[in-house]
Design a protein around this ligand. Sequence first.
Ligand SMILES: Cc1cc2nc3c(=O)[nH]c(=O)nc-3n(C[C@H](O)[C@H](O)[C@H](O)COP(=O)(O)OP(=O)(O)OC[C@H]3O[C@@H](n4cnc5c(N)ncnc54)[C@H](O)[C@@H]3O)c2cc1C
Length: 155
Amino acid sequence: MLSSALASITSTSAAVFMSMERVVVVGGGVIGLSVARAITRAKKSIEVFVLEKEQRAGTSTTSRNSGVIHAGLYYNPNSLKNDLCLKGKKRLISYLQERSLPLNVCGKLVVATSPEEHSKLDAIATRCKSNGLEGLQVLTSNEVTSLYESHVSCK
Ligand SMILES: Cc1cc2nc3c(=O)[nH]c(=O)nc-3n(C[C@H](O)[C@H](O)[C@H](O)COP(=O)(O)OP(=O)(O)OC[C@H]3O[C@@H](n4cnc5c(N)ncnc54)[C@H](O)[C@@H]3O)c2cc1C
């Protein structure tokens, strides 16, 4: 990850990084820990220090979120956010599967709860296609309740 990130910055910055012997990462959430991991993988001899203000790393927002791997439904096509979301999703799923870590790939239902919301649903479906989202299915109300969630009300 870092090596590809480094490829996109100037050769001077990359050279500065490669000459470093120690790096300090401030904050031990998922981002800080991922950065620290990427740095050590990019340069084995480097010393990395993660400074965390709490008693343990990963105890802030990182461990209190909804636990969802975002599908990339809502981001603009061709945006960096969409690109990172789709790539990150694939890589996170592979990471978990390679380590036999629990993962519930349950999919996501986005429903219209009134006829007025149909156009919004259509717009989301169109964006999903533009975003290259795999596995998109358009379901009827009956299919949703009989195949997936009997208590969902969609119209
Ligand atoms: C309610 C909620 C639900 C979410 N649900 C999801 C979800 O389902 N799926 C998803 O992908 N994302 C979700 N997110 C977003 C996701 O949780 C965050 O994007 C991610 O955890 C951010 O990680 P981080 O490492 O940047 O921040 P943090 O996890 O906040 O880590 C930052 C760390 O830095 C430390 N720190 C701060 N200042 C200092 C300092 N001066 N010195 C030393 N340490 C310091 C903090 O203690 C903390 O441990 C959700 C976010 C929220 C708020």
